[in-house]
Design a protein around this ligand. Structure first.
Ligand SMILES: CC(C)(COP(=O)(O)OP(=O)(O)OC[C@H]1O[C@@H](n2cnc3c(N)ncnc32)[C@H](O)[C@@H]1OP(=O)(O)O)[C@@H](O)C(=O)NCCC(=O)NCCS
Length: 202
């Protein structure tokens, strides 16, 4: 059960004088275990109402990003069971606008966990319930960082992949991470070994 280990940890914390040592050991075991990608899967549906639209009668991009951020943060928090902060949003390009009265269908799943951060993969569709069809809106990657009570980044458990799609997303996550860290000024391009490997052959 997700969270079962955390419950043991809390019980130990309140019932023993060596609580700190115990909690540290149990937290380390918890972090080593890993969690299946499927456990972080979130589906979120929203009905597009007049207040959500632009002057063309379509869903506003900003409103969609807001819902995507919520779905992704739930997914990240489900993986690590800690409060999470949005660190970055990769480029978003909207393929089709979502119309007033349609449903927004968002799916979010953690695609890789690093040390304190997690990449969440999102897929978004519009759905016309009356005429019974779905259309693609966009696909995106959000990065979240798990925070401790002092607001500092804290380690998260590794991700265990099962399906072919999960494995592919996991493998490519390192390149996306290097690209976003370069763009954020947090990594020097010459340190991006995974990205370089795409262009430079030995
Ligand atoms: C995100 C944040 C918590 C990172 O904290 P930090 O002190 O910079 O911590 P670090 O540099 O040690 O990075 C911690 C992790 O975040 C990742 N990270 C930091 N900036 C990032 C970025 N722009 N994109 C992706 N990942 C990022 C690091 O790679 C690291 O991941 P890892 O531990 O898995 O390797 C901090 O920058 C922050 O609070 N930013 C504001 C977030 C916010 O307000 N979000 C809401 C939007 S309004």
């Amino acid at each position: 059960m997700p969270g079962e280990n955390r419950m043991i940890w809390h019980v130990q914390l309140h019932s023993s004088s060596s609580a700190h040592l115990y909690s540290t050991i149990l937290a380390k075991i918890f972090l080593m275990e890993g969690r299946k990608a499927g456990e972080s899967f979130i589906i979120m549906n929203e009905f597009v109402l007049p207040n959500d639209t632009n002057t063309f009668g379509n869903l506003m991009g900003g409103r969609l990003m807001y819902w995507m951020d919520i779905a992704a943060s739930m997914s990240a928090a489900r993986h690590c069971n800690f409060p999470c902060m949005t660190a970055s949003v990769d480029n978003l390009s909207f393929k089709n606008s979502i119309k007033l009265g349609n449903v927004v269908h968002i799916e979010a799943k953690v695609s890789r966990a690093f040390t304190t951060s997690m990449e969440v993969h999102l897929k978004v569709w519009g759905e016309d319930i009356v005429h019974q069809y779905r259309y693609e809106s966009n696909e995106a990657y959000f990065t979240f960082v798990a925070l401790d009570p002092a607001g500092k980044p804290r380690p998260v458990q590794p991700l265990i992949t099962e399906t072919e799609e999960e494995k592919l997303l996991y493998e490519s996550a390192l390149r996306r991470r290097q690209l976003r860290l370069i763009l954020a000024g947090k990594m020097m391009p010459h340190d991006a070994s995974e990205l370089k490997a795409l262009f430079v052959k030995d």
